[in-house]
Unconditional design. Structure first.
Length: 358
């Protein structure tokens, strides 16, 4: 068979192939180890130099032509197969995309962020401290006597393996952070101390672990009027109700003198704070007062030179009141359904606050 005839037949077979499998069979028949073109190329070894000079270029030209034809046909078959697959698997691009599972921001974390921003506007820094405290920082330095009920086992978690020279407890408030700050930093001081605290109590409005934020101001000439203005500004900014109704009641705390408790007026139908004329119930939200001179003295400061006020509130209770939640225990149950319903999307957060305008 002549070269021209072999080339024509091979190219015709390539053109007639309708599948990758059929094209592969043509390739093997022509270019495989036992293929017709391979056999033709092997004959060059037995030819004389003159014959190879004439036939070599012709044989190699045949091989290159067939190789190019095979590559072109393979590309055409692959494209046809892809087009057929796309036509068979056509998707409706108007269907909504299935969104991946996304987390949400816990209401407590959201309220923590809101509080931090509000107090930052008022010039407060954030301070932190250990959750396992010694008896002195948690009680004694705060003018809490040995006989005080807060020290009793029914209210405080004591660490069994405490050092012999100090009783260790799970802190019952973040007030020890105030003590540590006054001992480590020279006045003036203006801080908030947010964090977890622990008490042996559990019902719809109390949990063994909860979140608290306390504030402390130490400076010269501080009065109860400064405390009242700070609390009013904070509560109005947090609840975003300009005419929110507050009630200040005399109280007693060992670490403040005088001491006051603050109630927020709210509407029982909405379960949220309300303005004047809409209040029919009250909820205690924080305790406060002027820092007791004994506390200031215990931290190495002169109470005749430095005065201050302190306040503390439960973050979880503020979240309940602002967002209409009813049971404090649900905050810590780990119920995904509850969190999906009450949590905040990172992409659709409520306004953290309008900010405090001092």
């Amino acid at each position: 068979m002549s070269i021209d005839q072999l080339q024509a037949e091979t190219l015709a077979a390539i053109a007639a192939a309708t599948s990758p499998e059929a094209l592969e069979a043509v390739r093997v028949a022509a270019m495989g180890k036992q293929g017709s073109i391979t056999a033709l190329l092997k004959t060059l070894g037995g030819m004389s130099p003159d014959e190879r000079a004439v036939n070599g270029p012709a044989f190699n030209g045949l091989r290159e032509t067939v190789t190019a034809a095979l590559a072109a046909k393979k590309a055409a078959l692959d494209e046809a197969a892809l087009n057929a697959k796309l036509a068979a698997e056509q998707q409706d691009m108007t269907l909504p995309v299935a969104l991946p599972a996304a987390g949400s921001i816990h209401p407590v974390s959201q309220v923590m962020d809101e509080l931090a921003e509000i107090f930052a506007d008022l010039g407060f820094a954030v301070a932190d401290g250990p959750e396992i405290e010694d008896d002195w920082h948690n009680f004694s330095a705060l003018n809490i006597p040995e006989s005080h009920p807060a020290r009793a086992m029914h209210d405080t978690f004591y660490i069994a393996q405490s050092p012999p020279d100090a009783k260790l407890v799970l802190r019952t408030h973040t007030s020890p952070v105030q003590i540590r700050t006054m001992m480590a930093q020279k006045p003036p001081i203006r801080i908030i101390a947010p964090g977890r605290v622990y008490r042996s109590d559990s019902d719809a409005t109390h949990t063994p672990m909860f979140h608290q934020i306390e504030g402390l101001v130490i400076d010269k000439g501080i009065t109860l009027a400064h405390l009242r203005w700070t609390l009013e500004t904070f509560i109005k900014a947090f609840f975003e109700v300009d005419d929110v109704v507050l009630r200040f009641r005399p109280s007693y705390f060992p670490f403040t003198e005088p001491s006051v408790e603050v109630d927020v007026g709210y509407n029982s139908k909405t379960g949220k704070p309300a303005g004047a004329g809409q209040v029919d119930k009250w909820l205690e939200v924080l305790g406060s007062g002027m820092v007791h001179p004994r506390v200031i003295e215990a931290c190495g400061l002169d109470p005749n030179e430095w005065q201050g006020f302190a306040f503390g509130t439960g973050v979880d209770r503020l979240a309940m009141l602002k967002y209409g939640l009813t049971d404090l225990r649900a905050f810590f149950d780990g119920d995904i359904k509850w969190l999906k319903h009450n949590g905040f999307s990172a992409f659709d957060l409520p306004s953290i606050s309008a900010g405090a305008n001092p």
